[in-house]
Design a protein around this ligand. Structure first.
Ligand SMILES: CC(=O)SCCNC(=O)CCNC(=O)[C@H](O)C(C)(C)COP(=O)(O)OP(=O)(O)OC[C@H]1O[C@@H](n2cnc3c(N)ncnc32)[C@H](O)[C@@H]1OP(=O)(O)O
Length: 327
């Protein structure tokens, strides 16, 4: 991958490592997460201009927002020095992403300050922006001010089932409705590059109204490894948009989304973490109204350290379900 003006960023280092790994052992390459090898591995077309491809597209046939955010952060991170760490990003999804064409990422070097560096990224398809994103990077500046909430007490991932295992359990029910079976098999066919273990999975038969809160353990499929924090932040951006907006629907089992899409997405990165290790994603929706819903999330390391926080508002247009769906 060509060097850009700033010299090689960490991400380029990792891709150099990757190249060396590739040459050393195909086995290592097979273990590397598909997030690293394809979803977040952008092709550099020119200085500050990159092209991304797609790995998994949700059923709604618009690009997965987490992929666009993760790729935009990858593009921004390539133009900053290795001594800077991503600490926040704010973005708007302004048009649906088209799964049939790649996405171009155009990076503007908005400001290089003494401590903070800001990049603006436009994700472009068919000559139009689909996402506008600002990302900010900070040098390490320790401080006596240090506090965080306490991580919720939940069962460990080893004691929970993956989404795939839960689906197989539901599919084994003798009286499962045909349409529910088709829906579940479609979910199974998804090649989502992250493993998810819901802490409070929905009850199969009757979805009663629940609090707009959900928790699940998440991790990237495959190996990413230590050290490349910018890459882990990009994977966290990808992960943070998975099932996030659905938190706002939990109190309404008699409605289902007719049209839903993320409008914006904001993230703050607090500490080092490994997205290829289990992390607890705590999601809640403090508000919904006017065909919109607000969701907030906290990503926790297993040792209880708060790794990242995120917020998102989405458009939620719903229609009544004749009878509560069996999943
Ligand atoms: C979870 C995820 O990853 S989602 C992926 C990431 N997020 C995205 O892709 C969102 C990208 N942004 C967008 O697509 C656009 O900004 C939008 C759709 C959110 C808003 O754009 P607008 O031009 O204002 O669209 P608007 O909301 O008026 O219409 C959108 C659709 O809802 C329909 N609609 C509009 N108003 C209403 C309404 N009151 N009731 C029902 N349907 C409506 C429209 O007919 C349109 O349907 P169509 O696309 O089949 O024509």
């Amino acid at each position: 991958m060509a060097e850009n003006k700033e010299g090689s960023s960490e991400l380029q280092e990792s891709s150099k490592d990757e190249t060396s790994e590739n040459s050393s052992s195909q086995f290592t390459q097979d273990l590397k997460s598909v997030l690293v090898t394809s979803v977040l591995n952008l092709e550099m077309l020119d200085v500050d201009l990159y092209r991304g491809t797609h790995h998994w597209v949700p059923r709604g046939q618009r690009l997965f927002g987490g992929q666009i955010v993760g790729q935009a952060l990858v593009a921004a991170a390539k133009s900053v020095n290795d001594n800077l760490f991503a600490h926040s990003l704010h973005c708007y999804f302004v048009r649906a992403g088209d799964p049939k064409v790649p996405v171009l990422y155009q990076v503007e070097r908005t400001r290089d300050g003494r401590s903070f560096t800001v990049r603006s990224v436009k994700a472009i398809q068919h000559g139009q922006p689909i996402l506008i994103c600002q990302a900010s990077f900070h040098t390490l500046q320790p401080s006596p001010l240090q506090h965080q909430f306490t991580m919720p007490g939940v069962p460990q991932p080893e004691d929970l089932l993956t989404v795939e295992e839960l689906i197989h359990l539901y599919l084994s029910k003798p009286d499962i409705a045909e349409n529910a079976k088709q829906g579940l098999n479609k979910l199974l066919a998804n090649e989502v590059p992250i493993e998810v273990k819901p802490v409070n999975p929905p009850h199969f038969y009757r979805l009663s109204a629940a609090e707009p809160k959900q928790l699940f353990w998440v991790r990237a499929r495959g190996h990413i490894g230590e050290g490349n924090m910018k890459l882990h932040c990009c994977v966290a951006a990808y992960v943070s948009d998975y099932a996030f907006l659905g938190t706002a629907l939990l109190p309404y089992p008699n409605y289902r989304a007719k049209f839903s899409a993320s409008l914006d997405h904001a993230m703050w990165f607090h500490s080092t973490f490994r997205t290829d290790e289990w992390m607890l994603y705590e999601c809640e929706s403090p508000w919904a109204g006017g065909s919109r819903g607000l969701v907030q999330g906290r990503l926790w390391r297993r040792d209880g350290v708060l790794a990242a926080s995120c917020s998102q508002e989405g458009v939620l247009r719903v229609k009544p379900v004749m009878e509560p769906s069996k999943l």
